[in-house]
Design a protein around this ligand. Structure first.
Ligand code: C5P
Length: 221
């Protein structure tokens, strides 16, 4: 039985993947299922937290006792996260946020034209939400957690990303063939800004979620 060690705390979790529309019927997206973020929301609620789950394009049932905010794009995700983070003790960014979005949105469906090559899709950068909440620290002592999926030099790339983003903890997943996307299981290393390194063996996303909350609880005042 889990201790209610997050009782009286407000935690914000983002989950899923953003979709960046090109026209009314098309978008640029990614394969994130949202399962890891939902596992984080469920386990935080089980540990007594008030949980705001910001869900981007997920197909999962709302976890019991969790406030769910649905969003579509990275810009909408940013607004929802910043709003919820204002009084949060911890923010965990498990969502896969599109780094870029199409520079223009076509209000009518983009059509193919006979004998013509397609127009190129021009992209612009999306805001980096994790870097922004880390720089702002809306509340003193707020603990901020990011996720990173890496295919090689996992630890070195993870360490560099942790520093670049300015978060307290970074959960680094090695992605590859059978790993992570849409699966029920995960394997990771959780890096701390204090230099710590916690390997998490292959197992259920719930188990990784509980380890993340253990590390967050250690860092809350
Ligand atoms: O830079 P990269 O996408 O690898 O970083 C992943 C981490 O940063 C995740 O925690 C993700 O939620 C967050 N992120 C973000 N805003 C972006 C891109 C990523 O908050 N525009």
């Amino acid at each position: 039985v889990q201790e209610p060690d997050l009782r009286g705390r407000h935690v914000v979790v983002s989950a899923g993947g953003t979709r960046e529309p090109l026209d009314p019927v098309r978008f640029l997206g990614n394969r994130s299922s949202g399962k890891q973020g939902y596992a984080l929301a469920r386990t935080a609620a089980a540990r007594g937290a008030r949980v705001t789950l910001i869900a981007a394009n997920t197909q999962l049932p709302d976890p019991a006792g969790v406030d769910v905010v649905q969003v579509g794009t990275a810009v909408q995700l940013r607004e929802a996260v910043l709003k919820a983070a204002a009084d949060a003790d911890a923010v965990v960014m498990a969502a896969a946020v599109a780094d870029f979005r199409p520079s223009a949105y076509a209000t009518g469906k983009i059509k193919k034209k006979d004998g013509k090559e397609p127009e190129p899709i021009v992209l612009v950068r999306n805001p980096d939400i994790l870097a922004e909440v880390s720089a702002e620290r809306a509340r003193a002592g707020q603990v901020i957690v990011g996720f990173a999926a890496e295919t090689d030099d996992v630890l070195a790339n993870g360490r560099a990303k942790l520093t670049r983003k300015g978060c307290d903890l970074l959960v680094v997943n090695e992605v590859g063939e059978r790993k992570t996307f849409g699966s029920e299981e995960n394997e990771a290393v959780v890096l701390g800004a204090d230099g710590s390194e916690k390997p998490v063996p292959h197992g259920p996303k719930e188990a990784l979620a509980d380890i993340v909350w253990d590390l967050v609880v250690d860092r809350l005042d």
